[in-house]
Design a protein. Structure first.
Length: 155
């Protein structure tokens, strides 16, 4: 399980060095291969490749009729925004970089831009995976969550 927060910087090539305390566990979980994807909360998710691939397999089960030669419109509800959105984030807005020998991960520039991440990044361990946040975006997010909590409702 991953927990805690780390303030990190990306190098000029857009690589992030993982803190040592996470490196070994992440390497064991997926032999050094990870997955990065945009979340709909405005951050990036970083997880072991095996965890990402299991989720992708579940999501693509809905596409099985297409692979079997059936017309896509027969079995897949193209108006199902939830399913399409999940596939978009977990497949289209993802990358599968490797953890290099120095413990660095290349953070794809397209994904960085989507999450508003510049040179500085906040790494949050949130259980089975990590979140990568732009520091200012994380501060705004925390303010919104706290405001909801104290209001007792939702945005």
């Amino acid at each position: 399980m991953f927990s805690g927060i780390s303030a990190l910087s990306l190098d000029v090539k857009g690589r992030m060095t993982l803190p040592t305390r996470y490196r070994d566990a992440l390497h064991r979980a997926s032999e050094g291969q990870v997955a990065l994807l945009e979340s709909n909360d405005g951050c990036l998710l970083l997880m072991p490749f095996t965890q990402w691939s299991r989720r992708v397999e579940q999501l693509t089960q809905a596409d099985a009729p297409i692979a079997a030669g059936k017309e896509p419109d027969q079995d897949l509800d193209w108006d199902d925004d939830t399913g399409q959105e999940r596939r978009r984030f977990w497949l289209g807005l993802s990358d599968t970089p490797e953890l290099d020998s120095a413990g660095r991960i290349l953070v794809n520039p397209v994904l960085r831009e989507g999450a508003g991440i510049g040179r500085e990044v906040m790494l949050l361990g949130v259980g089975s995976h990590f979140e990568l946040w732009d520091p200012e975006r994380l501060a705004r997010h925390k303010e919104q969550v706290r405001a909801r909590k104290f209001r007792g409702g939702r945005d």
